[in-house]
Design a protein around this ligand. Structure first.
Ligand SMILES: [Zn+2]
Length: 169
């Protein structure tokens, strides 16, 4: 039995009803603070970024190298075995060009965002970051070799942004 609903009780709220005060509203600005633990693997990953190094974890059963590191291999259902450093260079797997910022305003200079397949991790461990020192967006190619450009040691904080961007090599 299918019966179409012909009448919905109540009525829609219009912007006018809110602005005129017909509908009661309360404005509230939440003062929220967040803190969370990065865990063993990501803590070490971030510490190594501060040293201008990229580290992963290797599972000796499936031989995969996980970057960012994880203490658990989801394929083998077991803990990973060892820390391994990987190169801070690789190839562009895919990329996107952003002309609009996070506030929907048009950017003066576009942002180039890429998934980089680093040299060392198992394929499929894409490393999402910015591209920089790109002569023109037409020069960006899938498969293009890129190298991390790190912030100065004094500026590094243990953040993914300790890498400024990846530049073509
Ligand atoms: Zn495994």
């Amino acid at each position: 039995m299918s019966e179409k609903v012909k009448f919905f009780p109540g009525r829609e709220i219009s912007s006018k009803a809110i602005e005129s005060g017909e509908v009661l509203t309360k404005y509230y600005s939440a003062d929220l603070k967040y803190a969370w633990s990065t865990g063993v693997a990501v803590t070490r990953f971030l510490q190594e970024l501060k040293n201008a190094k990229i580290i992963g974890r290797k599972c000796n059963k499936c031989s995969r190298v996980l970057v960012p590191p994880r203490m658990f291999c989801e394929d083998c259902f077991r803990t990973t075995d060892e820390w391994v450093y990987v190169k801070d260079a690789g190839v562009v797997n895919t990329y996107s060009i952003a002309h609009v910022g996070t506030d929907a305003s048009r950017l003066k200079e576009p942002l180039y965002i890429a998934v980089v397949n680093l040299d060392g991790p198992t394929p499929g461990m894409g490393f999402l970051h910015y591209l920089g020192e790109v002569a023109s967006e037409k020069k960006i190619k899938v498969g293009m070799k890129v190298q991390a450009v790190w912030k100065q040691e004094s500026e590094r904080t243990g953040s993914i942004l300790d890498i400024k961007y990846f530049k073509p090599i």
